[in-house]
Ligand binder design. Structure first.
Ligand code: FAD
Length: 396
């Protein structure tokens, strides 16, 4: 910190994005405005992109020079830091064109867990995934164990050089197209999530892996219910040591939570754009909606949330890029981001009246998708329970 002649302190803090990230943001924003938003209502077929639209998006995305922006340089990607990735996610969040759980147009969808595999496993699963040759799914949730994996019933029992997996999984995204699953199972149920849970890579063509049914939801996603019946998995397919199923989870969970927050930035911003424009043009009782305090306050509340969320997400991402522990920041980014973006979509819907519910506009999809975000990858209440430990420890 330095002082000028008048004695005023010049603070070294700077909340602006650095120049190269401002340029990245501008580039992705233009792409979203020009390529995604104009076709966003026709882009999806169910929970996936229509093949011809996906091809078109991929070609345009390639031209931006952002291919594999989230893959580390050691594996041939751009290896952008988390702050840069958050900037990209926020901009993409402004459009409903890309399905939230299956909209990978800058390269294949690479599970962050795969970067924690051993070298032989990386060769067999990570590298082909990066090359786009293999698809994966992540199978943790069960009919009787969702946000509480310690009560998991799926077991993996060691038999010589193999494990035998038995149990049912529910809500598994893209299970029907996956070549392999990352399966979380109990190796010692008595220990629960403290050393009793292990992770495995399971070939989806293994005898005993059964796709039971796709679950219909209020959102477009159709996650699968699966059964594992005496599925034999070689020991070399265990991820990490036995009982360490969650050893590396913190890293990718943190990234996922920041991603939720970043997406929320984009959703709130677009809902503000839609809500403010409509409020100015729609006249009721002789005056534009924009003149009504009730409407102004909804927009102002969303605007304040947008700025708070941006600080939260950038703070978490900068600290992650500095190698710091961001558990507390990541919880906040997901809790606040998912909740406030849903509220912003709800305000936007309210301002539009009946048109807010119309499928001509993107609002209803933001509204449904953001509601689902509050439940998946950790319901808000579960995250608050975890964050409460920090709050009580710090302030109690
Ligand atoms: C579209 C979609 C895609 C999904 N994809 C996958 C996937 O690919 N792989 C996978 O493994 N799972 C997936 N899931 C599952 C998802 O992660 C779970 O639904 C989520 O973790 C919640 O689990 P649950 O539904 O069993 O709810 P439960 O754990 O039964 O909880 C129900 C509700 O109770 C409340 N609650 C729970 N515990 C507490 C607590 N301690 N304190 C206060 N309140 C609490 C919360 O509000 C919670 O929403 C997906 C789900 C959906 C909807």
């Amino acid at each position: 910190m330095s002082e000028d002649a008048s004695g005023a302190v010049e603070a070294p803090m700077n909340f602006e994005l650095p120049e190269e990230l401002r340029m990245l943001k501008e580039t992705v924003r233009k792409f979203v405005d020009k390529e995604l938003i104009p076709v966003e209502r026709q882009a999806r077929q169910g929970h996936r992109l229509k093949p011809e639209i996906e091809a078109q998006f991929r070609t345009k995305a390639k031209a931006l020079g952002l291919e594999n922006y989230d893959v580390p340089q050691a594996y041939g990607g751009l290896g952008l830091g988390l702050l840069a990735r958050a900037v990209v996610w926020a901009e993409l969040g402004r459009s409903i064109a890309l399905p939230p759980r299956a909209g990978h147009i800058f390269g294949p969808n690479v599970s962050p867990i795969l970067y924690h595999l051993n070298e032989a496993q990386k060769e067999k699963y990570l590298l082909p995934t990066i090359r786009g040759e293999l698809n994966w799914c992540f199978a943790q949730t069960e009919p009787d164990a969702g946000g509480d994996p310690g009560s998991m019933r799926t077991t993996a029992v060691r038999r010589g050089d193999t494990y035998v997996i038995n149990g049912n999984k529910r809500f598994i995204t893209e299970a029907s197209t996956a070549d392999f699953a990352q399966v979380i199972a109990a190796t010692d149920r008595a220990k629960g999530s403290h050393g009793g849970i292990s992770a495995f890579i399971v070939d989806m063509k293994s005898p005993g892996v059964k796709l039971l049914r796709a679950q219909e939801l209020v959102i477009d996603d159709r996650p699968w219910e699966l059964a594992f019946e005496d599925v034999v998995v070689p020991v070399e397919n265990r991820i990490g040591e036995e009982g360490e199923g969650f050893k590396h989870a913190q890293d990718w969970l943190n990234i996922g939570r920041v991603r939720h927050g970043a997406r929320g930035i984009g959703v709130i911003e677009r809902c503000l754009e839609l809500g403010a424009s409509y409020a100015k043009q729609r006249v009721t009782f002789g005056e534009p909606l924009a003149q009504r305090q009730a409407v102004q306050w909804m927009l102002v509340d969303s605007f304040i949330s947008l700025n708070q969320l941006r600080f939260m997400v950038h703070d978490a991402a900068v600290k992650y890029d500095q190698g710091r522990d961001i558990r507390v920041e990541a919880y906040q980014a997901k809790i606040f981001g998912d909740t406030q973006s849903f509220i912003a979509a709800d305000h936007c819907m309210e301002i539009h009246g009946g048109m807010g519910l119309a499928t001509d506009l993107p609002i209803e999809k933001f509204w449904r998708d953001q509601r689902s975000m509050m439940i998946t990858e950790g319901p808000i209440e579960n995250l608050k329970m975890a964050l409460a430990r920090h709050v009580l420890r710090t302030y109690g």
